[in-house]
Design a protein around this ligand. Structure first.
Ligand code: SAH
Ligand code: SF4
Ligand code: F3S
Length: 449
């Protein structure tokens, strides 16, 4: 059993670990009581995310004990960003954990498992800690990715970050910025398309900083990579996430107007609207330079839907600074957004800054920001009602006979449609809208199963 927390990169890593474990004879399960191995793939971005891991380990220890009473051994592993950041502390604080390994070492899982199982056979408690940033490239060591469970798949293009925003743990947990070579990504996308994938999201903590090498040793930008992938027959949609405003190049902005398969949706986090706070965050852009980028993107692709991330209550944030964030939000009108209370992370510069904002102030600002963001999100969805748009059906919905898919603008659309339409791109008419999803109806007749 692999349980995943955090960002899409962790979702992707969990899939790769799953494939690796398949080769080791493991089969997936959702039930901890029947799992010989449980991997928690963890996130360290905010405090709550890390605390979840320890409570999860507590629960797992109970089911491991119950299994032991019946003569079954269980291995508990903590992987991902909490493992990277707090490896030795996890070993100390949670003796039930057998293995701790970071996001850059999971290709060594077979060796780790072999030594853990060997210890168990000798009646010892297995304990393995592996949180290096190894010299060998992880992706070269992993077996080739074979397929995907749905029609939309993630593909890691870039990993790590050199930007060191003062609030953020990612440069410490994921390490320095690296890009996978073009050919490796092309191969992976091709084999995904052969297995039925029609949409890919290129992933990276700073994916628009991508600069992988091609076969001739030339550096290729993200725009160049997207252009190459767009040539793959059968691949219909390309997205990428997450981007930094500083890497939003002219070439990439232009690509949004030129490459039809590149979907009209962009997640471009800004974090705050006050230049003073942006400087303290080490973002190296201003509110105005961000708005300029947004304008140029809209000029290149007028129907582009925008999404962002926000942090409220960064140290030193005043009510006036916060108002600047609201002003920026009003200027952009995001179709979707993620907003968080600032959470001090040990080891990051902002955690030691003076003028930490009180918790109730943070909560109050977050509520006000979210009310505005939700209103815009609802308005964006309502403006789509009546349109007929292509929806890629990804999975069954909660209600019988219903499928859920995505519009080009990342909107979740619920439609009454037969199961065999999963994986199809189908024109649907949008009938009604909420802040988080829309209801639609089939505009085309579907082929029979
Ligand atoms: N690389 C991406 C962000 C990755 S982290 C970027 O630069 O935009 C995802 C989001 O988590 C960030 O955009 C930020 O809004 C939020 N986040 C990161 N660290 C945080 C912290 N210490 N407290 C609260 N939110 C945080
Ligand atoms: Fe974190 Fe900033 Fe890097 Fe994004 S750009 S991962 S927020 S340090
Ligand atoms: Fe969390 Fe690590 Fe992703 S800290 S957001 S899982 S890069």
């Amino acid at each position: 059993m692999i349980k995943t927390f955090g960002c899409q990169m962790n979702v992707y890593d969990s899939e790769r670990m799953g494939e690796l474990l398949g080769g080791e004879g493991y089969t997936p399960t959702d039930n901890a009581d029947e799992a010989d191995l449980v991997i928690l793939n963890t996130c360290h971005i905010r405090e709550k995310a890390a605390e979840k891991v320890y409570s999860e380990v507590g629960r797992l220890r109970q089911s491991a004990n119950a299994r032991k009473a019946q003569g079954n051994e269980t291995l508990i592993a903590v992987a991902g960003c909490v493992a990277q950041a707090e490896g030795p502390e996890i070993m100390r604080r949670a003796p039930a954990v057998n293995m701790v390994f970071g996001p850059q070492t999971y290709h060594r899982l077979p060796e780790m498992l072999a030594s853990a199982r060997k210890a168990q056979e000798h009646g010892q408690t297995a304990r393995v800690l592996d949180t290096d940033f190894p010299a060998e490239a992880k992706f070269d060591q992993l077996p080739k990715k074979r397929g995907s469970s749905g029609p939309a798949a993630f593909v890691t293009a870039q990993e790590g970050c050199d930007k060191f925003c003062t609030f953020c743990v990612v440069p410490y947990t994921r390490g320095a910025e690296t890009s996978r070579p073009v050919a490796a990504i092309e191969d992976e996308v091709r084999s995904l398309v052969e297995s039925g994938v029609v949409e890919i999201s290129l992933l990276g903590q700073n994916v628009n900083a991508y600069h992988g090498v091609d076969a001739s040793g030339q550096d290729v930008s993200l725009a160049g990579l997207v252009r190459r992938l767009a040539k793959i027959d059968g691949l219909e949609r390309i997205r990428y996430t997450t981007s930094h405003p500083r890497d939003m190049t002219d070439e990439l902005i232009a690509a949004h107007g030129e490459i039809e398969k590149l979907m009209p949706y962009l997640h471009l986090p800004v974090q705050a609207g006050s230049d003073r706070i942006l400087a303290a965050m080490n973002r190296k852009h201003t509110a105005e330079s961000y708005l300029k980028i947004m304008e140029r993107l809209k000029a290149a692709r007028p129907d582009l839907a925008l999404s962002g991330d926000f942090i409220v209550g960064f140290p030193g944030e005043t009510e006036e600074d916060f108002q600047a964030t609201l002003d920026l939000v009003k200027a952009v009108r995001y179709a979707q957004a993620y907003s968080f209370k600032y959470s001090p992370r040990p080891g990051t510069p902002a955690a030691d800054m003076e003028a930490q904002v009180p918790e109730d102030e943070k909560s109050d600002r977050l509520a006000r920001l979210q009310a505005l963001l939700n209103q815009h999100q609802l308005e964006f969805n309502q403006a789509s009602v009546g349109k007929t748009v292509p929806v890629l059906f990804e999975r069954k919905g909660k209600h019988a006979g219903q499928l859920v898919g995505r519009s080009p603008w990342m909107q979740a659309v619920h439609v009454l449609a037969p199961d065999h339409a999963i994986g199809d791109l189908v024109n649907c008419t949008l009938l009604s809208a909420g802040a988080n999803s829309l209801e639609g109806g089939l505009a085309d007749r579907l082929a029979a199963a």
